[in-house]
Design a protein around this ligand. Structure first.
Ligand SMILES: CCCCCCC/C=C/C(=O)SCCNC(=O)CCNC(=O)[C@H](O)C(C)(C)COP(=O)(O)OP(=O)(O)OC[C@H]1O[C@@H](n2cnc3c(N)ncnc32)[C@H](O)[C@@H]1OP(=O)(O)O
Ligand SMILES: NC(=O)C1=CN([C@@H]2O[C@H](COP(=O)(O)OP(=O)(O)OC[C@H]3O[C@@H](n4cnc5c(N)ncnc54)[C@H](OP(=O)(O)O)[C@@H]3O)[C@@H](O)[C@H]2O)C=CC1
Length: 290
């Protein structure tokens, strides 16, 4: 496991670790498969991009910061000889989403798997949410994945060549105190996915989700150390997962191993769905019962 000390600025796996991490999958599992991974420039999305590329896939990633995308592209070239493509854009902008889908389908002459991974939020008690903050989190974590999956599905239908969707949500079954906005958005994605998995089944389109618990990624450095310090203690395994745990889940659902799986949520949380609560803004006194 990597060092998860909150003092360490970079929480994620290093590019070298992503290039060499053992995988259960055959090296040619995804040969010729085409992946679009949103938020592929760091964290879990970067691990997915490296893993898919290592297994033979053509990969397009996106993110807002071109320098991170460029760095990921160069590292993948240098360390695994892969030619990862990228587009700098925000998934919160509908027109940019359409342009990303157009570019990807054109560049790859189609698409096999869309991974809705970009997302995030801020910790706050729901009673204090501003309308602007609510809309921002819902745009990022519900509207954007919807525009992407609907746009991809329309293109798959029109081309007569279907693909699959995997959305990275979060474990939300017991709610998520201090993150009700993201909880609502992720629950929306889960139930959208379950619904369109039926509507789009006859088109040959599968739609699934992965639901991580606390995963050690660069993204956690956005949270206060007093919160992240506790993230090792929010499941009965008393540790965080890493980005590879989630990347392998995404590949399992995308590859032939997932051929008969649709409308499913693969929870990757070390058991947090049974026990453990994140409280990203700190545990309120009333809840400090043990
Ligand atoms: C909380 C989850 C707990 C459980 C899971 C624990 C593990 C989860 C880990 C991860 O998800 S890792 C990824 C971590 N990284 C992030 O989450 C960062 C992404 N978040 C953001 O970019 C922002 O939170 C955003 C709101 C989604 C987008 O921010 P941006 O500035 O681009 O948006 P605007 O449209 O300008 O809106 C800003 C608006 O939002 C409110 N707001 C933002 N931050 C806070 C805050 N820290 N506290 C209170 N309110 C906040 C506020 O209304 C802002 O408006 P202004 O005040 O700026 O006018
Ligand atoms: N880490 C965890 O414990 C958990 C994370 N999750 C969720 O899993 C997903 C991945 O998390 P993680 O890897 O930790 O996150 P990171 O913050 O490490 O990475 C997020 C990625 O998304 C990109 N991104 C963010 N906003 C946008 C945007 N508006 N448009 C395009 N790209 C964007 C970022 O690039 P850039 O900033 O340059 O745009 C970056 O590539 C997120 O949805 C997250 O909320 C869910 C449960 C737990």
């Amino acid at each position: 496991m990597n060092d998860q000390s909150p003092q360490k600025p970079n929480w994620g796996l290093t590019p070298e670790e992503l290039a060499t991490h053992k995988t259960i999958f055959a090296p040619d599992l995804l040969e010729g498969q085409r992946f679009l991974i949103t938020g592929g420039s760091k964290g879990m999305g970067k691990a997915m991009a490296f893993l898919c590329a290592r297994l033979g896939a053509k990969v397009m990633i996106c993110g807002r910061r071109e320098e991170l995308l460029q760095e990921t592209q160069s590292q993948a070239k240098e360390l695994i000889g892969a030619d990862i493509r990228y587009r700098a854009m925000s998934v919160r902008d509908e027109d940019q989403v359409d342009a990303l889908l157009d570019e990807t389908f054109e560049e790859f002459d189609g698409l096999d798997t869309l991974v809705n991974n970009a997302g995030g939020q801020y910790p706050q008690n729901a009673i204090d949410f501003t309308r602007k903050g609510w809309k921002s989190v819902l745009d990022l974590n519900l509207n954007a994945p919807w525009w992407l999956m609907q746009g991809a599905a329309q293109r798959w239908r029109d081309r007569g060549a279907p693909g699959h969707v995997v959305s990275n949500v979060a474990h939300v079954e017991r709610g998520m105190p201090q993150a009700a906005h993201t909880c609502a958005a992720r629950a929306g994605v889960i139930y959208l996915s379950r619904t369109v998995a039926t509507e789009w089944g006859p088109l040959g389109i599968r739609v699934n989700c992965v639901a991580p618990g606390a995963i050690a990624t660069e993204g956690l450095s956005d949270y206060p150390p007093e919160a992240t310090q506790r993230f090792n203690n929010v499941n009965p395994m008393f540790r965080m997962g890493d980005s590879w745990d989630v990347a392998e889940g995404v590949v399992y659902l995308s590859a032939p191993s997932g051929d008969f799986i649709t409308g499913e949520v693969l929870t990757i949380d070390g058991g947090m769905r049974m026990w453990g609560t994140v409280w990203p803004a700190g545990v309120p006194e009333k809840f400090q019962t043990y």
